[in-house]
Design a binder for this molecule. Structure first.
Ligand SMILES: Cc1cc2nc3c(=O)[nH]c(=O)nc-3n(C[C@H](O)[C@H](O)[C@H](O)COP(=O)(O)OP(=O)(O)OC[C@H]3O[C@@H](n4cnc5c(N)ncnc54)[C@H](O)[C@@H]3O)c2cc1C
Length: 221
């Protein structure tokens, strides 16, 4: 059985709005030592401190195994030599502890970190690819597009909150990128499904799909 990775407490180097509803948090420091490179797209468990909790109290609470909010996130980028890691957080309001934490994160802010798992999608052997994601799965989808062979072909469809939440993606030229706007991410959307149903699928060719996001939407996809 695989050993559960140790929990670390990691610190923020900088945090900024990448787009109006996406915050990039860059963590750095010796606490990241030992994380192997190539884990972009892997997921991790973040333990979120209570509002205003100081470092010492957080460390003690982690050590005593007391209940703190834990949420799953994706490693967007990891620079092993610089011991820096980026995680992109959807800023979906202050109700959720992780979103709230990211919205107020600044240099020196901290959280618990466990993981990351290995990258989710590593084998690209198909003739055509379909990538679909909402904003919370955009980090995984973008990493997947960046990792694909440069001659890959297919479509990627993303649902984001506003026009300004579109991101520049280093995708293969043969993968068409389509953006759908859904201002209300609290209500299940069918936009990706409608879009994908209308696609002309290349019959008799191998298709590989990477769909991620809210579970109801994934099921419909
Ligand atoms: C494998 C995996 C990888 C993930 N990677 C990322 C990632 O890289 N970046 C990222 O931002 N999220 C990612 N997520 C999603 C993230 O785990 C959830 O959005 C999480 O619930 C956020 O926690 P919270 O404390 O902010 O909100 P919660 O306390 O979980 O929820 C509070 C309220 O906010 C709503 N809510 C939660 N998430 C969203 C959202 N994305 N949009 C709109 N409303 C929401 C809930 O419905 C609830 O009403 C990932 C999830 C999985 C399973």
């Amino acid at each position: 059985m695989l050993k559960r990775p140790e929990a670390r407490i990691i610190r923020v180097k900088k945090a900024y709005y990448l787009t109006p509803n996406m915050i990039r948090v860059t963590f750095s420091g010796p606490e990241l030592k030992g994380i192997p490179s190539g884990r972009e797209g892997g997921n991790c468990k973040l333990t979120i401190p209570f509002d205003g909790q100081n470092y010492q109290a957080f460390v003690e609470q982690m050590q005593q195994g007391k209940k703190l909010p834990v949420r799953t996130y994706t490693v967007r980028a990891y620079r092993e030599k610089k011991l820096e890691m980026d995680i992109d957080f959807v800023a979906h309001g202050t109700e959720g502890p992780a979103s709230r934490w990211a919205m107020t994160a600044k240099p020196g802010s901290f959280c618990g970190f466990r993981g990351p798992s290995t990258a989710k999608v590593t084998h690209f052997e198909s003739d055509w690819y379909v990538i679909a994601a909402d904003m919370s799965a955009l980090p995984l989808a973008v990493v997947t597009l960046e990792s694909m062979p440069r001659d890959a072909k297919g479509v990627a469809v993303f649902e984001v909150a506003t026009e300004a939440d579109k991101q520049l993606i280093n995708a293969p030229k043969g993968v068409g990128i389509y953006w759908l706007i859904n201002a209300n991410s609290h209500v299940q959307s069918h936009k990706q499904e409608v879009f994908i149903r209308k696609l002309k699928w290349p019959i008799k060719r191998r298709v590989q799909a990477c769909v991620a996001g809210e579970s109801g939407v994934i099921k419909s996809l």
